[in-house]
Design a protein around this ligand. Structure first.
Ligand SMILES: Cc1cc2nc3c(=O)[nH]c(=O)nc-3n(C[C@H](O)[C@H](O)[C@H](O)COP(=O)(O)OP(=O)(O)OC[C@H]3O[C@@H](n4cnc5c(N)ncnc54)[C@H](O)[C@@H]3O)c2cc1C
Length: 378
């Protein structure tokens, strides 16, 4: 557990200290093929890798979404690659809470104390297949791309096409990596503009064999709504952390440069402040709606439309904040090892999420399908 700032307990650090240490480590971690070990050691020691388990502060079986999204934002503010990997860990634990049987849940929750989880769904043409061999054994073939955390994830949750005589669909499984042959990691896939430290490699599962007990849920559970679509709230929260870091760094740069009295600079800082606060209003409101609408029959489409609005607006907020900040600090403020140079690369990369156009269009479609626009989001 994180101990409050006023704690004098040896060996524990406050949240402020935790996030400032993660932030300070971000430059050193911004290297090709480098996993942010130090940062995850801190997160583990702080209890944040298990904070969503039953009975913990942000238990996923209680309406804790406001706290969870703020936590994700704070991790993202400290480091976007760490935020990306951390969000995958939380997402896997959520999918377990939704779809695992009691025995599996107990096993994987225990694993969360020692292993990192991740969710690897993206793939190219050589995507994953899960072949039923009979006798409750399954053989994997094919690859996943953008596998954040790569070989450092001890419990990757991967999805693939189930090939079996009695069931078919998009199947989740969780790989007990240390019990199997190593999964081949292709680091040459990961040559991004930013987010180096998310180590989002291509992973080849061909030849890996797993048990029935490693399959999570039924085929197609992964895409069940509103859980799949509303998951966008979590990455949007991490992204908003990036915009807040940009505001913080612009504030620091202008103060150091003694350029705070200039009205144009004040104007731009005002605008970035409005943008980040707007982002917080969106995130907080969405979190409340999520907890309220999740279990209400008939509200799935509304929740998805709301989450898609949030995702679209946060992308916009981040892009505009970046542009304003860059105009404020100029080229001198965009040099390595400056935070803004890295933030520009990391946020630009992390803002690229799938199907952005379709997501925005789906909001318009939802609204147009209503009888009128009175009380759209109540
Ligand atoms: C840092 C990072 C880490 C990641 N980690 C993971 C991970 O751990 N696990 C995982 O599963 N994935 C991960 N991903 C992948 C991520 O979820 C997305 O799948 C990926 O970023 C796709 O981005 P894209 O911009 O290529 O998307 P696209 O969907 O290709 O979007 C690009 C553009 O094309 C448009 N478009 C989309 N579809 C069509 C179409 N059919 N016709 C015409 N236009 C279209 C979009 O609207 C958009 O304008 C990660 C991505 C990043 C950047």
């Amino acid at each position: 557990m994180i101990i409050n700032e006023d704690s004098t307990n040896q060996g524990h650090i406050s949240e402020e200290q935790l996030f400032s240490q993660i932030s300070a480590a971000a430059f050193a971690s911004d290297q090709k093929g480098q996993f942010p070990h130090f940062e995850f050691d801190l997160l583990r020691a702080s209890g944040l890798l298990t904070t969503t388990l039953p009975g913990q502060n942000l238990s996923l079986d209680l309406p804790n979404t406001p706290g969870l999204l703020q936590l994700l934002k704070r991790v993202g503010r400290a480091s976007l690659p760490v935020g990306r990997i951390y969000e995958g860990h939380i997402n896997a634990l959520l999918l377990i809470s939704l779809y695992a049987n009691a025995h599996q849940a107990q096993r994987w929750y225990e694993d969360a104390h020692t292993h990192l989880f991740g969710v690897w769904n993206t793939q190219d043409l050589d995507g994953l297949e899960i072949q039923d061999l009979g006798c409750k054994r399954y053989r994997l073939s094919g690859s996943k791309t953008f596998c954040s955390g790569a070989s450092w994830i001890g419990r990757p949750l991967v999805t693939g096409k189930l090939i079996s005589s009695d069931k078919s669909g998009w199947q989740m499984c969780i790989i007990p990596t240390e019990k199997l042959e190593p999964i081949l990691a292709d680091s040459s896939f990961w040559n991004p503009l930013g987010m180096q430290a998310s180590v989002s490699f291509r992973m080849n599962f061909t030849g890996i064999e797993i048990d029935e007990e490693d399959l999570l849920g039924s085929p197609d559970d992964y895409y069940r709504q509103p859980h799949f679509g509303a998951g966008a709230l979590r990455f949007a929260a991490v992204q908003l952390g990036g915009a807040e870091a940009i505001l913080e760094e612009t504030h620091r740069f202008l103060n150091d440069a003694k350029r705070t009295e200039d009205p144009f600079q004040q104007f731009r800082v005002a605008e970035i402040s409005c943008l980040t606060e707007t982002g917080n209003l969106w995130i907080n409101q969405a979190a409340k709606h999520y907890d309220q609408w999740l279990h209400m029959p008939g509200e799935t489409e509304k929740l998805l439309a709301y989450a898609n609005m949030v995702r679209t607006k946060i992308e916009d907020i981040c892009l505009r904040s970046m542009q304003l900040a860059e105009r404020s600090v100029g080229s001198r403020g965009l040099m390595r090892p400056g935070v803004l140079e890295r933030m520009h690369r990391d946020l630009t990369t992390y803002l690229r999420q799938p199907a952005t156009d379709a997501v925005q269009a789906s909001v318009g479609k939802y609204v147009l399908n209503q009888i009128n626009t009175n009380g759209l989001w109540i």
